[in-house]
Design a protein around this ligand. Structure first.
Ligand SMILES: Cc1ncc(COP(=O)(O)O)c(C=O)c1O
Length: 474
């Protein structure tokens, strides 16, 4: 009998397809209702830090240099009050084989696929992760399919995503290109079922554990060369794996007091699933369109329990504007001689402003750079924005309206961070837990679970539950 490939039939087989494709039985970590054992999942389904260091070093991943940005620090100090302006360092993740920190995630996923005997790997991603998986698959001799959402309905492609298509194909992967819409997940499931390949999801425990080496390395590098852990680490935030893995690695290195600060480009007002808005943004990752939905509901991912859970680790979440990030991209190239891609420059922009709040003897680390290339560079992005009717202006970036204009700061003192109220994100997370699992009342265990998931005190959780009118179990 022929398998029913209708949309509803494939979606109905989702759990079965996923279970076969990822090699993890997530049900063993479930504790009933909203609760699951996150640490057990990270421990049993992942690898130890030492194992990951070995796996990554086999393919030249990791051990990237930590560079001091002396000229950018000098510039920040000119804008800061006397005695302020922390030393800014950057971890040059562009040195990884596929040009970004995503190689760390892909290294563990592809190694695992090979160990389990899969013939190939599939990832649904329009970002650097596709190139990272393709590069790792090439090294391990596995086949690779990358499913991308890269066009709007006019078949106009985002330059940065097209750039990644070129990279994936150069590494020998087959790239399936789609337009914006719900068919991404459907196509992904069909391909997994048809090929029997491994789902190299971004969100498995081994993928996220792959990023732990990044936090661990940078903490160790600071300790060795500067005599202390950094006071703050700035992390570009989208799906949450970058924040989660880095923060876990910092903790494993003993850097418990280092502040974990997430940074995203503010794309408020643009809708990620909208065909009309798809090509009106100049950043394809590290923006609020992913950052907020994933922080407030991580389990929207392509695995039952997402190992990337940023609210567990974030001390602060700050937003920057598109024009500011373009400006800092140019500053990094012209002041430091480092021409790097957009995603890492999001946290660099935030670091430039955060450094001005910190003392001169303090250390701030921007934990990544990414490679740049034909479609990622500011010029193609700005030309593309202009061709979509977006105005490019100089002035006050605070007046930037995503999708309408991009405002370059007319002076570096205009570069700012806007704090996103993390409590708001935590309340949304709690509401999402309640609307998904529909408990009639909340037990003590559930309160503890929410407290760990949101990095809140139990008293904080209780006050939110009271605010939203959720009864406690008698
Ligand atoms: C270079 C780079 N930096 C940062 C991010 C954000 O990482 P995450 O999605 O894990 O938050 C991405 C993800 O697309 C990326 O490719």
């Amino acid at each position: 009998m022929k398998t029913d490939m209708s949309y509803s039939a494939v979606m109905g087989r989702k759990n079965e397809i996923m279970k076969k494709a990822v090699g993890i039985d997530y049900s063993v970590f479930e504790l009933g209702g909203m609760r699951f054992d996150y640490e057990r999942m990270m421990h049993e389904a992942g690898y130890s830090l030492e194992e990951i260091e070995k796996i990554q070093s086999m393919t030249g991943v990791g051990n990237t240099p930590l560079l001091e940005l002396r000229n950018i620090t000098k510039l920040a100090r000119k804008m800061a009050p006397a005695g302020y302006g922390a030393r800014i360092f950057i971890k040059d993740e562009a040195c990884n084989p596929s040009g970004s920190f995503k190689a760390r995630r892909a290294a563990t996923a592809v190694y695992h696929a090979k160990k389990l005997g899969y013939k190939g790997v599939i990832a649904a991603t329009s970002g650097n992760y596709g190139a990272a998986v393709a590069s790792q698959a090439a090294m391990h001799g596995l086949r690779c399919i990358i499913v991308q959402e890269c066009y709007d309905s006019r078949m106009v492609g985002q330059p940065e995503i097209l750039e990644k298509q070129r990279a994936c194909e150069a590494y020998g992967a087959e790239v399936v290109q789609l337009s914006v819409g719900p068919e991404l997940f459907y196509t992904f499931l069909c391909l997994l079922e048809e090929t029997g390949y491994f789902n190299a999801s971004l969100y498995t425990p081994f993928g996220i554990a792959g990023v732990e080496t990044l936090g661990f390395e940078l903490a160790r590098q600071c300790k060795l060369s500067l005599g202390k852990f950094p006071e703050a680490v700035l992390i570009t935030h989208a799906g949450g794996g970058n924040v989660t893995g880095t923060a876990r690695g910092l903790m494993k290195a003993g850097a418990e007091n280092t502040k974990v600060i997430g940074a995203s480009v503010d794309l408020t007002g643009l809708h990620m699933a909208s065909d009309k808005d798809f090509n009106r943004k100049s950043f394809t990752t590290g923006h609020t369109g992913f950052g907020l939905p994933f922080a407030t509901w991580p389990d929207r991912a392509d695995v039952p329990r997402n190992a990337a859970r940023p609210l567990r680790y974030l001390d602060r979440y700050v937003l920057v504007k598109q024009g500011e990030v373009f400006y800092m991209t140019e500053a990094l190239a012209s002041l430091e001689g480092l021409e790097r891609g957009p995603a890492g420059n999001t946290s660099l922009t935030a670091a430039f402003a955060v450094a001005q709040e910190m003392h001169e003897d303090e250390i701030i680390v921007v934990q990544e750079t990414e490679y740049t290339g034909a479609g990622k560079h500011p010029m193609p992005q700005l030309n593309f924005a202009r061709s979509n009717g977006i105005e490019i202006l100089y002035g006050d970036p605070d007046k930037e309206i995503p999708g309408k204009n991009i405002i370059f700061p007319d002076h570096p003192s205009r570069i700012k961070i806007r704090d996103f109220d993390l409590r708001k994100a935590k309340i949304s997370f709690i509401k999402n837990c309640i609307s998904t699992y529909k408990p009639e009342s909340i037990s003590e265990e559930e309160i503890q679970f929410i407290a760990s998931e949101t990095k809140m005190e139990v008293s904080g959780v209780l006050s939110v539950l009271q605010e939203i009118g959720m009864p406690l179990q008698a």
